[in-house]
Design a protein around this ligand. Structure first.
Ligand code: SAH
Length: 256
């Protein structure tokens, strides 16, 4: 047994049917490199080790869990790494990999940012997160919950909301409902604009989401007058393609 630690977001899933369903949702035909984030006591790991021919790595921050897992899976060939998945400058993401996990909810956004930094290598992710966050990631333009991660993830990934999970199947139960989502790399190989600027624009626009883009992006406009009607809009009105167009326009303005 591992004693659940609140500060590490430890809520252990206790329902094997749900665990099996989560593991079944990852498509190991896409790649054999599988990384599990936050295995805890290994309820997902137990099903993952049954998949033939995969190369499985576990990244777990908690030393007590790591000791427990090393013992529990000592008969299996798998890498158990004790580390913080979101630590800057450290990267456990390997070439063409799949990521799975019941993520620690307190850092789920940072996990997705890390995945985006490595989008060339992350083909698919199946993750359990807070239901509300799952809805936000999937949210379309025009919606109150459409935000930075919705745009950035939707630019590169197709997002499937798979199913909702109740509090009662965890020990200890979290205060919120959970959901399992699957994000799969889309066909957009390049977003056809300055990618670094694209990330900056999306973040800057949503950091002042009530303002028009003309106002929230003032710094980038360097005092230049912009007539295109897109600048009179608010970020939540823009689709991914609109943000790409906006980035292209800003790149031209900056170069003038
Ligand atoms: N997968 C398990 C545990 C989920 S709880 C289950 O379904 O029961 C989340 C897990 O993520 C915990 O084991 C916690 O220790 C781990 N964790 C928390 N922060 C982490 C981080 N920064 N990097 C890696 N693992 C982390």
């Amino acid at each position: 047994m591992v004693r659940p630690k609140k500060h590490l977001g430890q809520h252990f899933l206790k329902d094997n049917n749900i665990a099996q369903k989560i593991v079944n949702s990852i498509d190991t035909n896409l790649s054999k490199n599988v990384i599990e984030i936050g295995p805890g006591m290994g309820i997902l790991t137990d099903f993952l080790v049954k998949i033939p021919d995969i190369k499985l790595s576990l990244i777990e921050i908690d030393s007590e869990s790591v000791d427990y897992l090393k013992n529990r899976f000592k008969e299996h060939k798998l890498a158990i790494i004790q580390d913080d998945f979101i630590k800057p400058k450290v990267n456990h993401i390997t070439e063409n990999c799949l990521i799975i996990g019941n993520f620690p909810y307190n850092i789920s956004s940072q996990i997705f940012f890390k995945i985006l930094e490595n989008k060339e290598n992350v083909i698919q992710v199946v993750g359990m997160i807070q239901k509300e966050v799952a809805e936000r990631l999937k949210s379309p333009p025009g919606n109150k919950t459409y935000g930075i991660l919705s745009v950035l993830l939707q630019a590169y990934y197709d997002i499937d909301y798979l199913f909702t999970v109740n509090e009662t199947v965890f020990v200890p139960p979290p205060k919120v409902k959970s959901a399992v989502i699957r994000i799969s790399r889309n066909n957009r190989l390049s977003i056809n604009c300055n990618e670094q600027l694209f990330f900056q624009v999306v973040k800057m626009a949503f950091n002042q989401r009530r303002k028009t883009l003309r106002n929230s992006l003032k710094k980038m406009l360097e005092g230049k007058d912009v007539s295109n009607e897109i600048f009179s809009k608010r970020p939540e009105q823009l689709s991914v393609d609109d943000f790409i167009f906006l980035t292209q326009s800003l790149d031209i303005i900056k170069a003038e």
